[in-house]
Design a protein around this ligand. Sequence first.
Ligand code: CNA
Length: 362
Amino acid sequence: MQVLKIRENARNVEEISWQIARAKKMVVVTGAGISTSSGIPDFRSKGGLYEMIKDKFPNEKVTGQQLFDKSYLNNEKIRKMFYTFMGELYSLTTAAVPTMAHRFFKRLADQKKIIHYYTQNIDNLEAAVNLDAVQLHGTMSEVYCDMCKLTVQFTEMHAEVFKKGFPPQCNECQQREATRQASGKRKHRIGDLQPNITLYNDIDDTTRGAYIQNCVKNDLRKKIDYLLIAGTSLKVHGVKNLIRQLAKSVHHNGGKVVLVNLSGVGKEWNTVFDYQILADVDEWAGLVEEHTGLDKTQKVLTGLANKTSKSVNVSISKGCVKRRRKDRDQDRENAGSNNDNNKKKALKRSKVEVLDVVETLQ
Ligand code: CNA
């Protein structure tokens, strides 16, 4: 594995940009680092959510990781802290706008380069740029009933209840109970609404697991030729497995595996990654676009990818900047209409076999 910095190793970084421009069957895996510039802190960085939890609850002996661990929610104090925190995290995610990195991945997807885009993020910022994402750990844009399993849009009203330290009750269950009682039937519990995210030790979260496993199977069949990982500390067990599996397949197919992250990852990844680029992901994405004109149409791009990097002219870079501004405005408009669409969404969760990627979250 080569460790690169975007200034010191400019030539190698440019070569990687061209590899991306040439790739046809790419898989992307992202983490909290691609959203930090939108104002949502990651977990483990300085000033991240784990530190914020310590500051917010200085007298409580609970770590950030325990707060996101289902097995700790039996403890009343921790449960109250968890719900309060979820309410606040919801407000943070709804106020955020997609980053340069989100728009960059969206452009790669539009050019039909991405077979699957997986994210560990729960902020749902991909929806704001219409980027299809496999959400490995769920989304803060939905809540589900822990009794009847109905899934509905997470709203400000839910967030207000969470912020008081407890979960809102399920409307569907309430209505069903009213009907049951009117006909003299035995009482059932009314379900609590939970954020639709995967917690550590959450073995009930099986529907998502089945879907993820299908996507991965599909990737392994399709002879993927590039694996791009961005903004993650690679501490989650299931994600580590996912990346190892995909990387093996990419190498078998003669492709490259690249990590872009602010901080370095351990030696255990030496044989998994070909390159580790130590960089801010937005800055790096901008550089790739400048090198290759990736925001141009596929037709132009294919032509460019066959030329040497020296032949990329300045007008392309200017075009990138103009287009980026236009896209940013468009993303904001789309974000509004997506929220409206999402509000209408109501899905049922069902139970299927527990699968490795989700089961081994911690
Ligand atoms: P993490 O463990 O907090 O790691 C984030 C990584 O991103 C760190 O290694 C940072 O160095 C790196 N990083 C931070 N900012 C940048 C940047 N601008 N450019 C490049 N790299 C950067 O988070 P992971 O995603 O690895 O851990 C998985 C957890 C985090 C998942 O379960 C998520 O649900 C959870 N999470 C999600 C969000 C979100 O949805 N935005 C926020 C916080 C935590």
